[in-house]
Each structure stands twice: as C-alpha cells, then as structure tokens.
Design a protein. Structure first.
Length: 276
C-alpha cells in the first residue's frame, strides 16, 4: 500500500511540475494553476517554498532560450561602460530599464511576500484565483489587436516603470506575471517581440532574487525534506515543460493570437468560481 501511495505522490508532483512549466511562460498564471491543481488533488502546501523551487526550473529554461540576448547585453553593457561606444548604448540603456523595472516587484515582494504566501495556501485561495483569472482575461483582451512599433532602442524610463509596476501587480495569485508585463509593454507601444523579450529578461532578476532570498525558507521547509524526490521530479518536469512552452509562446506572439488565452482564462476562472 505504501508503494502505491508513493507512486501516487510522485505522479501528483509530476503533474504539478508540468503545470508550473507549461503555465509559467504563457499568460495564464502559473501560481493560480498550481493552486487549482493542488485543490483538485488535495495537496497541502504552506508558504511559497515549493512554488519558488519549481519556478527556479522555469528560470533555467528562460536563461537557456535567451542566452544569446543575455550575453549580448552583458558584453555591450560593459563595452559602453568602459569605452562609451555609441553602438553599445542601446543595450546599456536596456539593462538600466530592466533594473528599473525590477524595483517595484522587489519592493512589493519584501513588503507583502508573507501575505502572498498566506493567500496561496489560505482558505480563499481558489476564489482569489478564479476572480483574478477573469482580470487576466480582460487585460489580455485589451491588447489582442495591438501592434506596437517600439524596439529596444526606443524604450524610455517611463516604459520601464509602467511595465515594472504591472509585474508587481502580478504577485497576486491568478494574475499572470508574463501576461501583466506583456500587456503593459504592448500598451506603451512595444512591438510583440520586444515586449516578449523585455518581459522575460525582466523575469530573470526577479525570479533569481526571490529564489536566493527563499533558500533558507526552502531548507527549513519540512515538506522539502520529506518529499525531496517528488520535489526534484517536479523541478525536472517544470524545466522541460517551461522550455517548450516558451518556444511555443514565442511563435504565438509572432502570430498575434493572444485572444485565445483570454478565452481560456474566462472559462477556467468561471469554472473555478463555480466548482472549487
């Protein structure tokens, strides 16, 4: 019987990892879907340690996919700092805007991180997710036909602040981080590819910072020690699923088919409010 229970537990965490991986890059809220799946399977969780652990796997996938952009930004950023080469200024300013855009979510995380953790595991978590998925749907719907013109060199400090504030709002369970930041980026006039790249490069310092800050919490988490193998399986599943989901989403952005994510969020949000 214990062997059967162990297999069931492994399968549950495999599903959690796949859900995290698939939903992190696309604008439908990974944290919201983890809450929904945990509710369906009766998986208890406290705080943010599991979410941050599997989110780190998604971060690795993003780093691999955007590795050439990251290397170019670092190289040109240093070139501009050292040599003041005008050709490298655009990438240097892009780095500055990424730093500025990271500040709002950093402040919100420090001030309200515990409250978010409580909301994720609280008695009204599913109701919050159901309602905020509808908000996500409305936001995506507003940009379904937008075609901006701004590329990397056209961004401004104002753009970075607006996108950063939108990402900070996405700490709310059910509000998609990628959705919020991409919606804001396209509303300020960025092209789809620029909005996508800025959104996911903005995700890197946020995810990395939260992961580092939460290492002590993860180490102290009794679930992490009791369920280390299921956690690792979820991590691997999240990494693989995130990689392919982001590749797929990049193609979706090129084609401009975001409206289907709005439809999906409406359906899931209504079902969650009615049945969970």
């Amino acid at each position: 019987m214990d062997a059967v229970n162990d297999i069931v537990t492994l399968l549950k965490y495999l599903i959690l990892g796949l859900v995290q991986g698939v939903t992190e890059p696309i604008p439908i809220s990974s944290s919201g879907h983890l809450i929904i799946v945990r509710e369906i399977f009766g998986i208890e969780a406290k705080g943010l340690s599991f979410e941050i652990f599997v989110n780190f796997a998604s971060l690795l996938a993003v780093l691999i996919i955007y590795r050439h952009d990251i290397i170019r930004l670092i190289t040109n950023g240093l070139t501009y700092l050292i040599k003041k080469d005008p050709a490298a200024k655009s990438d240097f300013m892009f780095i500055i805007y990424l730093i500025v855009g990271t500040i709002p979510v950093g402040i919100v995380g420090v001030l309200f991180g515990d409250a978010v953790g409580d909301a994720l595991s609280g008695p009204y978590a599913t109701e919050i997710v159901g309602a905020t998925l509808l908000v996500t749907a409305a936001a995506i719907w507003t940009i379904r036909n937008l075609r901006g013109k701004k590329v990397d060199g056209d961004l401004t400090l104002r753009d970075a602040i607006i996108v950063g504030l939108a990402q900070a709002v996405a700490v709310t369970p059910g509000i998609s981080r990628s959705g919020a930041s991409i919606v804001a980026a396209m509303l300020v006039g960025m092209r789809q590819d620029t909005a996508l790249r800025f959104s996911f490069l903005l995700y890197i310092p946020v995810s990395l910072g939260s992961g580092i800050l939460e290492i002590p919490e993860i180490v102290r988490d009794p679930y992490f020690h009791q369920l280390m193998i299921p956690y690792i399986i979820a991590f691997i599943a999240s990494f693989i699923a995130s990689y392919f989901a982001l590749k797929w989403f990049m193609d979706i952005m090129r084609k401009g088919n975001l409206k289907y994510f709005a439809y999906y969020c409406v359906v899931v949000g209504v079902l969650v409010l009615l049945f969970l």
